[in-house]
Design a binder for this molecule. Sequence first.
Ligand code: ATP
Length: 232
Amino acid sequence: MSLCSVRRLSVGYGDFKVLFDIDLDIDEGQAMAMIGANGAGKTTLLRAITGLLKAPDDSIKFAGRPIAGTPPHAIVALGVAMVPEGRCLFPSLSVEENLLVGAHAKRRGPWTLQRVYDLFPALLQRRRAPVELLSGGQQQMVAIGRALMSNPRLLLCDEVSLGLAPIVIKSIYCAFPAILAEGTTILVVEQDIGRAIAMADTVTCLQEGKVTLAGPPKQFSRADITAAYFGR
Ligand code: ATP
């Protein structure tokens, strides 16, 4: 069942159009990987879903309810959380303070400070430390944990592996099965095609603001995916 559906979504920044007639369904309980080259419009799509960018009426539904035009804080209250590219943490606040920023009074669910520390044990040891003293990988864990603290039904992760060492990326991707097991749906923006295919139930490719491929990765050959990604 589709938890989030996008229909004929066209948005941009002023006169600069970025997305053209996007159709997309994110199914409940599944992991979707969104791939696409720099500038394809992946972040713009996440911004539209989270209400940070105004989308046309009726272009986005979440849990059957139209959400375009709804302010971002109200979309969080409905159960959508984003891990933004670059993490956007509060550098001088501690790990625990950053996590608590994500907690949402109106949303109950499995994710508590303790559950986040169970998921990322390295954070428990550093919980009183300012996040600016943490490694990039640990900071990414804080950003994911902060989003989970709102007990989202849909977790949107933008480029969580950017700039991190392969072993660190692995430890972050290891957390996704546990998050899915709690019933949280995941959309991960990922530039690495191999990593995207390995983690996802469905893969969606954007190229120059259009969906060029969507479906379970097994449906596609490597050549299909490369063509959808690079346009060759
Ligand atoms: P990346 O991997 O580089 O983040 P992306 O697929 O996420 O790529 P977007 O960040 O959505 O792409 O950007 C799509 C296009 O929109 C790019 O041409 C970008 O320069 C432009 N763009 C992004 N943000 C803005 C903005 N605030 N104002 C104007 N143009 C923007």
